[in-house]
Design a protein around this ligand. Structure first.
Ligand code: MD6
Ligand code: FE
Length: 207
């Protein structure tokens, strides 16, 4: 299954280096169209803290965090409207990346947009709010480089560090689907296209 341009970084975790790089301008434009309708916002965690990263969503379902917990919603709680449609440039990329990594029938219904400024981070967590863990997750990195922490399904295991740069795509599923993971505090820098930020797109089949 593994092809020369697909690096298996752990069982079920595939790194497609630079897979999205040539599409960066179109992807960024799509993100701007979505966030003009459903703006990036610093949601609260169930513990009541504002998250250091800013998020939004597109597609039929959006992942939301608030005092009352984590869940998928068909409407943006900030606008009361449905989340913006998932631009074809985004969904096409996600299903091509999944297919390249061996997941032939991935059809995401949720795209989470995370924006990190220098100093933002994402604590170790599992993605477990989705209905079907046999579906993979496709994650696209744009802008400033980040150190991604990739653990196992046991929180106590020391995570491996993976440097993700502009255009990298990570596809994971199977034995890794419930692995703990996070993003280390983003270092300052300036990216030629995105400036002082990192944008991550996480595609999932939520329902
Ligand atoms: C990020 N990503 O890279 C955050 N989750 O900014 C995630 O939390 C994530 O990259 C599940 C699968 C892939 C991911
Ligand atoms: Fe995650």
């Amino acid at each position: 299954m593994a092809r020369p341009d697909v690096v298996t970084v752990a069982a079920g975790v595939f790194l497609l280096r630079g897979f999205a790089r040539d599409l960066d301008v179109a992807l960024l434009q799509a993100v701007e169209e979505v966030t003009a309708i459903s703006p990036l916002r610093h949601s609260l965690t169930p513990g009541g803290q504002a998250m250091s990263l800013a998020m939004s969503n597109c597609g039929p379902l959006g992942w939301v965090s608030s005092r009352s917990g984590y869940r998928y919603e068909a409407r943006d709680p900030m606008t009361g409207q449905p989340w913006p449609a998932m631009p074809a440039s985004l969904s096409d990329l996600a299903l091509r990346a999944a297919a390249q990594a061996g997941f032939a029938h991935f059809r995401p219904d949720a795209c989470l947009i995370n924006q990190y400024a220098p100093g933002s981070k994402l604590s170790l967590h599992q993605d477990k709010d989705e209905a079907d863990f046999s579906q993979p997750i496709v994650s696209v990195s744009l802008g400033l480089p980040a150190v991604f922490l990739l653990g196992t399904t046991q929180r106590r295991d020391l995570p491996q560090r993976l440097r993700l740069i502009h255009g990298d795509v990570l596809v994971w599923g199977g034995p890794a689907r419930l692995a703990f993971h996070g993003v280390m505090t983003l270092s300052d820098g300036a990216h030629a296209l995105l400036g002082r930020r990192r944008v991550n797109l996480t595609f999932r089949k939520a329902a």
